[in-house]
Design a protein around this ligand. Structure first.
Ligand code: KG4
Ligand code: ZN
Length: 377
């Protein structure tokens, strides 16, 4: 199955061609420099940039894969969650291509894409052996722990009540004057710093946020908004901290450590509460070296393998979107007119599967799924 994937949910314009688990091309145009002056993603700029860049990115992804539209078996597009206008840019392109070629169109949940990134690349594990997996999903828009029983059968164990980990790093970097995106900026600024010199809160949670599936465990949930506030007060009370290079290095290291510590503390609890065949981490923050080192320690302590997504597939990309469709885990669109952007589409959990691969027609009838119209978002 050769699938063209399209991803435009935030500030990366991306297209990729994937054949089974093999990535034939993976083109990402990052809009970072367009948003950097504002310290975060400006939705209107993101939508316009997608419209401008997508045609070229699509052509390049086909050319690099050594194919053309006639060589494809399907088109996959991120339908949500994400910025409405940004999603619409990708969806419109995907619909146009599907109409022009007659190829099937498959809607993909962005977070299911991040989960699929675990299985991309030459060193990726075999899903049948690697699962059940405890997955830490850490991106700019989402943070949580997910139990993946097998690809396509997942449920939230805990998630953030407020800011995502990446958002906490982005906002923290802005406060420290380190630029955007904040994750890599803080990682670079923290190099050689002392993470113990200052202390920032780890955001423990007493009441879990509402869930669309099973009730979430507060011990496995996160809160990062207090961290950012505590940094704001720290910088107000230490007005010279930003001017003094060594102090700023220690502040950045301590702030990064607070984020990483909060994530790893919840992972240790989750690993004590259930038995997993492996630990994995996906999303843009999974590129962070300190987090990767701490995850390695956690997996070693639990005696299970750690599957780290390759850096290229951690941040938003279209290979992961095509991979979901290629594995039969996307949401086939039976009526193109029905497909719309779903900015707040919840992660489809356990029984909510309507993939072509996983369910018989009887199963589909039983849980009331029929292509896009009936899916469980
Ligand atoms: O997954 P992603 O590309 O987009 C979303 O789906 O949100 O993640 C973007 C986030 C940003 O918050 C960025 O600061 C963070 O990933 N990030 C990092 C690193 N590289 C990107 N955070 C920490 N360390 C990094 N090296
Ligand atoms: Zn993402």
């Amino acid at each position: 199955m050769i699938i063209l994937g399209i991803e435009t949910s935030c500030d990366e314009t991306a297209a990729a061609v994937v054949d089974g688990g093999r990535v034939l091309s993976n083109i990402v145009h990052s809009q970072i420099s367009d948003h950097a002056p504002y310290g975060g993603v400006v939705p209107e700029i993101a939508s316009r940039q997608h419209v401008q860049y997508l045609p070229g990115i699509l052509s390049e992804s086909l050319a690099r894969a050594g194919t053309d539209l006639a060589g494809l078996d399907g088109i996959a597009v991120t339908a949500g969650p994400g910025l409405a206008g940004a999603l619409l840019a990708g969806i419109s392109a995907a619909k146009t291509l599907a109409i022009a070629t007659g190829l099937p169109l498959i809607a993909v949940h962005h977070l299911e894409g991040h989960l699929a990134s675990i299985f991309l690349g030459p060193t990726a594990p075999d899903p049948d052996v690697a699962c059940p997996l405890l997955v830490l999903l850490v991106s700019g828009g989402h943070t949580g722990l997910i139990h993946v029983q097998q690809p396509g059968r997942q449920r939230w164990l805990g998630r953030t009540l407020d800011d995502a980990a990446g958002e906490a790093l982005d906002k923290g970097a802005t406060l420290m004057g380190l630029g955007y995106p904040g994750g890599p900026a803080i990682e670079a600024a923290a190099e050689g710093g002392d993470p113990q010199r200052f202390s920032f809160p780890r955001g423990r949670v007493k009441t879990a946020p509402p869930s669309t599936g099973d009730a979430l465990d507060p011990d496995l949930c996160f809160s990062f908004s207090g961290l950012k506030t505590s940094l704001r007060y720290f910088l107000r009370d230490h007005p010279n901290a930003k001017k003094h290079a060594a102090t700023l290095r220690d502040v950045a290291a301590a702030y990064q450590e607070a984020v990483v510590d909060a994530l790893c503390e919840r992972i240790s609890i989750a690993l004590e509460r259930a038995s997993y065949a492996g630990l994995a981490c996906v999303g843009g923050v999974a590129r962070n070296g300190r987090l990767r080192a701490r995850l390695d320690e956690a997996a070693r302590r639990a005696g299970i393998p750690l599957w780290l997504t390759e850096p290229e597939f951690c941040t938003d990309n279209a290979a992961m979107i095509a991979a979901v469709a290629g594995a039969g885990l996307g949401h086939p669109v039976s009526d193109l007119a029905e497909l719309d952007a779903r900015p707040s589409w919840p992660l489809p959990e356990h029984a909510c599967r309507n993939s072509a691969a996983g369910l018989s027609s009887r199963d589909r009838a039983e849980i009331g799924v029929d292509g896009w119209r009936g899916n469980c978002g």
